[in-house]
Design a binder for this molecule. Sequence first.
Ligand SMILES: Cc1cc2nc3c(=O)[nH]c(=O)nc-3n(C[C@H](O)[C@H](O)[C@H](O)COP(=O)(O)OP(=O)(O)OC[C@H]3O[C@@H](n4cnc5c(N)ncnc54)[C@H](O)[C@@H]3O)c2cc1C
Ligand code: FES
Length: 288
Amino acid sequence: MEESVANPYQKYPVRINSVYNETEDKRLKTFGLSFVNSEDSDYFFSQSFQPGQYALVWIPGYGEIPLGIASAPTEHNKLVFTVNKTGKVTSKLHTLTEGMLIGLRGPLGNGYPWEKLKGKNIFLIGGGCAFSTLRSSIKYLLSPENRQDYNDIWIVHGARTPGMLLYKDNFKEWRKRDDVKVHITVDSTSLATGEYHVGNVPFVLKQELPTVDENSVAIVCGPPMMIKYSIDPLKEKGFLPENVLFSLENKMKCGIGHCGRCSIGKTCICTEGPVFSMAEVNEMPDDY
Ligand SMILES: Cc1cc2nc3c(=O)[nH]c(=O)nc-3n(C[C@H](O)[C@H](O)[C@H](O)COP(=O)(O)OP(=O)(O)OC[C@H]3O[C@@H](n4cnc5c(N)ncnc54)[C@H](O)[C@@H]3O)c2cc1C
Ligand code: FES
């Protein structure tokens, strides 16, 4: 264990326990992992791991990539990642099966500011694989040990079609609860069941969200277009720039503030982020 603390590049071996296709196009897979060594698991979970943090996942011979942690610390020793097949490492990861070993470093980054968010109304808004840290956040917020610390909870999840929606079993549970408002939306569907809205996420924000005060915080994760077009509806509803939180997905290498690969101006995304408020993003250089 001491070796893990001393060397920030130390990777822990983790075993793949489950793999399944998350979406009908098979581009998103969800992996369930467990630590091979119990001392690595103790170390990881003793770091006050926060929803919104990420880990660097390493496949020997292919590379190391940042992935948002989709499981919550309240799920106790469970590790879940949802991976979009985009290039070299993620394509290799998609070929791996149960029982195989890979490496992992983390938890890394700041996560969402859960202490500061206590007593607030929380709106979790997202789509695509970026929803992974929202899954972690929702599991955390709705756990019996935390639910009383937060006020109203709203979830808005969007996808292109019903088959592209994520975490369907989790959503079934969340929809049954009367202490959370869930809005699911798809861009198009041939089956108008009443289960979903039909329209994009910004449209649903305009239609369904109440007007809010400074006690409400929006956590927004998703494709750049979704984020871009969600900003105006959120402002119109009354969210303050400091109360809208984004998770930035810049390219990363070391994950610990050494290499400079992830920087935007003077801001080091891998250690100071990836979570930043809209007010902070507005202060970043224009080319971001
Ligand atoms: C904090 C953080 C959390 C992330 N969480 C997730 C997650 O939960 N699930 C998930 O599937 N992906 C996530 N990503 C994105 C993921 O890290 C990249 O998709 C991955 O690094 C691509 O690696 P590759 O070798 O497969 O692709 P490459 O062969 O390196 O590149 C393929 C394509 O992906 C683009 N790309 C490469 N790196 C990134 C990056 N960091 N962000 C965006 N685009 C990139 C390249 O420009 C290129 O177009 C996250 C990124 C960050 C920074
Ligand atoms: S990834 Fe190396 S400094 Fe951020």
